[in-house]
Design a protein around this ligand. Structure first.
Ligand code: GLN
Length: 522
């Protein structure tokens, strides 16, 4: 059970169970010394011990490290030091981010046992801002996937229904939030891995503008598409984390040298009056589940009621986004993953029956044993697309399509301030349903991929529950590059309207662990 908070508190709106509080409310209570970071961190560690056996959100829980950081931040606060806005609020970190002294596997066997000697810049920023790191969250191997089923350590489960996927690749981070095992989490989004997991769990996630958050210390998937970003249960919480994670980093040559956009201010103002919102014609209709579409249409109508002007916008080249992505991503991934050569990190396998194996034989045996099927599939695809004689036909054409998609965005943003679509075409599907059909798995990201190809920011906000299955759906908001704050204006306004429409946060309607605890009589 969670720790009870200090008696005599004057923070009346903080729930007794601290794991149910928003990060913003925890931050206020910490700042006023109503609660301590040790108390908040303990409450979450207790929750993890009680439920993660069923959800499997974490690959590693750093109990001692988290409590030590919490203690240190409490001491600094007691001594009167001025601390950042999220100081003392614990967080879960996706296992794609290196953490000094804490294992980092990226969901792969090939990195099993690797303990990085350095922190990713994002992690350094979290530590400097005083957020205790609870542990590392599960993910599809090397962030390839939409369900966490490609994790070498077994899938995470959707807290709404434990037989369903929590999205991917960042399903550990989404399920951590939806099962109240952390108030905040980090993610990376190369084709949708922050936004799609948020959509299927009724949580919030942002892919910032490319270069808005440092990539230094992230295990690279496709470097021209990868973007780290914040995950939370509310739009304001997500904004507070975005402000901590973002900003220029000289260690990342593609990092934007400008201040973080005013995301927190935008989330607090929650104002869409006079904003022009474009509904993307190509991202909807056929292939999208009726309940997902209904919640999307309803959200758009709410935004119109709040004073936004809504128009339909066509982005004709989005049709080719998935095809271009599945040439560009494997190409870059095949190159990035070449470094796992059995010499530098993690696992080393000696080929059987070979007396004095060559370096190549050791590499081949290690990569065969260490990489899962999806990773091998993409490496083969990527090396083929990049091979001499095919480069222009495949990689070159895909890059041209990428330019056309960026032009579609430019043309759209000449007319509107933001674009919207459903985040994912369906609600959470059953574990196992799409595992044998890579195309079906890839189609999950049909609406999220264009933003990665063009480098523009995107966010997923819960839009409600689909009538046919009672599961969460998400609405995606997209903005022009560097205008990330617009996501938060629209997201926060819609979130408020939907809290009225549903009589509270949508996540509050989730049965405790998909009803599993109740079913077992627990
Ligand atoms: N699901 C997509 C893929 O498998 C996106 C992955 C990601 O964003 N990391 O490539």
């Amino acid at each position: 059970m969670s720790q009870q908070r200090t008696e005599g508190t004057d923070v009346t709106d903080l729930p007794t169970d601290l794991t149910r509080a928003t990060a913003a409310d925890l931050a206020d209570a910490l700042a006023s010394k109503t609660i301590s970071s040790v108390e908040v961190t303990r409450a979450h560690l207790d929750r993890i011990a009680a439920v993660d056996g069923q959800v499997h959100s974490y690959l590693h829980v750093d109990t001692d490290g988290a409590l030590a950081q919490a203690r240190a931040i409490d001491e600094r606060r007691q001594s009167g030091e001025r601390l950042g806005p999220l100081a003392g609020v614990p967080i879960a970190v996706k296992d794609v981010m290196t953490t000094k002294g804490v294992p980092t596997t990226c969901g792969s066997r090939i990195l099993e046992g690797w303990v990085p000697p350095y922190d990713a810049t994002v992690v350094t920023k979290l530590r400097e801002a005083g957020l205790p790191i609870l542990g590392k969250t599960n993910m599809d191997e090397f962030a390839m996937g939409s369900s966490t089923e490609h994790s070498a350590y077994g899938p995470s489960h959707n807290p709404w229904d434990l037989d369903r996927i929590p999205g991917g690749s960042g399903g550990g981070s989404s399920s951590v939030l939806a099962s109240f095992q952390a108030p905040l989490a980090t993610g990376t989004d190369t084709g949708g891995s922050i936004r799609q997991p948020a959509a299927v769990t009724a949580t919030v996630g942002t892919k910032p503008t490319y270069g808005g958050v440092s990539r230094y210390g992230l295990v690279a998937l496709a470097s021209s598409l990868d973007q780290a970003g914040p995950c939370g249960r509310t739009v304001l919480d997500t904004a507070l984390l975005h402000a901590v994670m973002g900003g220029h980093d000289p260690m990342d040559s593609t990092s934007i040298d400008a201040p973080v956009p005013p995301v927190v201010e935008a989330a607090r103002a929650a104002d869409v009056r006079g904003m022009r919102i474009g509904v993307v014609k190509e991202l909807g209709g056929e292939g999208y589940q009726p309940g997902v579409r209904a919640r999307f249409d309803e959200s758009v109508a709410l935004l119109e009621e709040l004073g936004a002007e809504v128009v339909e916008v066509s982005c004709p080249n989005f049709e080719y986004a998935l095809a271009a992505y599945y040439l560009i991503l494997p190409s870059e991934a095949s190159s990035n993953l070449a470094k796992f050569d059995a010499m530098r990190y993690g696992m080393r396998v000696l080929p059987e029956g070979v007396d004095a194996p060559s370096a190549e034989q050791v590499m081949a045996a290690t990569r065969d044993a260490g990489f899962g099927d999806e990773v091998k599939r993409r490496i083969i695809l990527g090396t083929y697309a990049l091979s001499s004689g095919y480069y222009d036909a495949y990689y070159g054409s895909a890059q041209k399509v990428r330019a056309l998609i960026a032009q579609d965005f430019d043309a759209a943003y000449a007319k509107v301030d933001v674009l919207v679509s459903p985040t994912a075409p369906t609600t959470a599907f059953k574990l196992g349903d799409k595992l044998e059909d890579p195309m079906a798995m890839y189609l999950n990201d049909i609406a999220t991929i264009p933003a990665n190809l063009a480098g523009v920011p995107g966010m997923s906000v819960p839009s409600g529950l689909a009538d046919e299955d009672g599961l969460p759906a998400g609405i995606q908001i997209l903005a022009p590059a560097t205008k990330d704050e617009r996501l938060y204006s629209v997201g926060a306004a819609l979130e408020k309207a939907l809290v009225d429409r549903w009589g509270g946060p949508i996540l509050d309607r989730a049965p405790e662990l998909g009803g599993a605890a109740a079913a077992k009589g627990a």
